[in-house]
Design a protein around this ligand. Structure first.
Ligand code: CAA
Length: 378
């Protein structure tokens, strides 16, 4: 088993790390105040980061999947906000069109998403359909050369900032999940209303909005895949998306361990650095060990994906373990910093707030266990 990254992958890591430290780090405070990192995304587009795994023929960089995971990992060490924007844009905002779209849809949308001219979003969750995604109520009724959409979506990452939205709606409610269809919805579609921007615990620079469809007319040409294929499109892309959230979690966890270790080496109590005291050194050891486990699971799932092998179970395991690690490690990092960790003078309270949602979005930890359990029974 080869656990080494290739030379190209190491170059991607170095390039993204340098970019994150020089370009993103100075902007973290602005994002904490709620500013969307539009200019950073433009620079990421210049570096080819907005379409890393998209084939060159559709305007992407044609890189392998682990390189993309490395990029999310590195970006999230500095800013989990930027990490999630890229993950959602790519894994669930662009890939559904790449894998299920017609040639015309790919030429029209994927090329612009890959170049960064467009930003993508994914609209599955509804006020009463979260974990039970198949119970969604948004309706799409075919009328001539259009579908008319009515309904509401919530917690839409990149909402309002994105140009294209992959929207899941039922074309036949009697068929349950088999009646769900997917649509590509342009931001300026009449009847498509961008609603409230949620005031969140963390990820302050990332937009999370409510959306409503009020007789929104979506051209038949924007149906993604066949009618009734939508739920499978959502699930298949979430499988891959979850590796991105694992990488985001890993980035937060790495940053928390790094900050806690550096502080523990400096902070002297009872005549010696707290890192030299077993209560703290054991804590740091457990944190570093958990991070290593999260790293192995995340890159193992990414490698399976790169090899074209089934990776749903491994993606859920990586997401489950890495997000829990991010949360646990961030809690412990605050503890190592003591009172200082509870202030905004140090970044660990931000890691703590940002980590929590990794256990919630793209499927809660409970849903990951459910998915893993189903795989074990097959
Ligand atoms: N790939 C392809 N097809 C799949 C699949 C997968 N991974 N998982 C299920 N399917 C198919 C099944 O095969 C089945 O089809 P058949 O009957 O033809 O076999 C169909 O989909 C229905 O499957 P289930 O009966 O298993 O569906 P379910 O209603 O029991 O739900 C679930 C399964 C796993 C719980 C699913 O509802 C789920 O993943 N829920 C969590 C939703 C979620 O992750 N939401 C995240 C929102 S997006 C987000 O957070 C992005 C963001 O902004 C950050």
């Amino acid at each position: 088993m080869n656990l080494r990254f290739t030379e190209e992958q190491e170059m991607v890591r170095k390039m993204v790390r340098d970019f994150a430290e020089t370009e993103i780090a100075p902007f973290v405070e602005k994002m904490e105040e709620g500013e969307f990192p539009r200019e950073i995304l433009r620079k990421m587009a210049d570096l080819g980061l907005m379409g890393m795994t998209i084939p060159e023929e559709y305007g992407g960089a044609g890189m392998d999947f682990p390189s993309y995971i490395i990029a999310i990992n590195e970006l999230s060490r500095v800013s989990a906000t930027v990490g999630v924007i890229l993950s959602v844009h790519t894994s669930v905002g662009t890939n559904p069109i790449l894998y299920f779209g017609t040639e015309e849809q790919k030429q029209k949308y994927v090329t612009k998403l890959a170049s960064g001219e467009y930003l993508g979003a994914f609209c599955l969750t509804e006020p009463s359909a979260g974990s039970d995604a198949g119970s969604l109520k948004t309706r799409a009724v075919k009328q001539g050369d259009h579908y008319v959409l009515n309904g509401a979506k919530v917690f839409i990452t990149n909402g309002g900032e994105a140009d294209t939205y992959i929207v899941f709606a039922s074309t036949n409610p009697e068929l349950g999940t088999k009646g769900v269809s997917a649509f590509i919805v342009d931001k300026d579609t009449p009847g498509f209303v961008i609603g409230k921007d949620e005031h969140k615990m963390g990820l302050h620079g990332s937009k999370t909005v409510q959306l409503t469809f009020e007789d929104a007319k979506v051209p038949v040409a924007n149906l993604l895949g066949a009618e009734g294929e939508g739920f499978k499109i959502a699930m298949a892309n979430l499988d891959v998306g979850r590796i991105g959230i694992a990488a985001q979690s890993l980035g937060i966890a790495e940053a928390a361990v790094q900050a806690a270790t550096a502080y523990a080496k400096e902070r002297v109590q009872f005549g010696k650095p707290i890192a030299a005291q077993q209560g703290v050194s054991f804590k740091l050891a457990d944190m570093a060990t958990a991070v290593e486990g999260a790293r192995l699971l995340t890159y193992r799932a990414a490698n399976l994906r790169a090899l074209g092998k089934p990776c749903g179970k491994e993606a859920s395991m990586a997401k489950l373990f890495a997000s829990q690690t991010a949360m646990n490690v961030a809690i412990e990092a605050v503890q190592v910093f003591g009172g200082y960790g509870y202030t905004k003078d140090y970044p660990v309270e931000r890691y703590f707030r940002d980590a929590k949602v990794c256990e919630i979005y793209e499927g809660t930890s409970e849903i990951q266990r459910l998915v893993i359990g189903k795989h074990l029974m097959n």
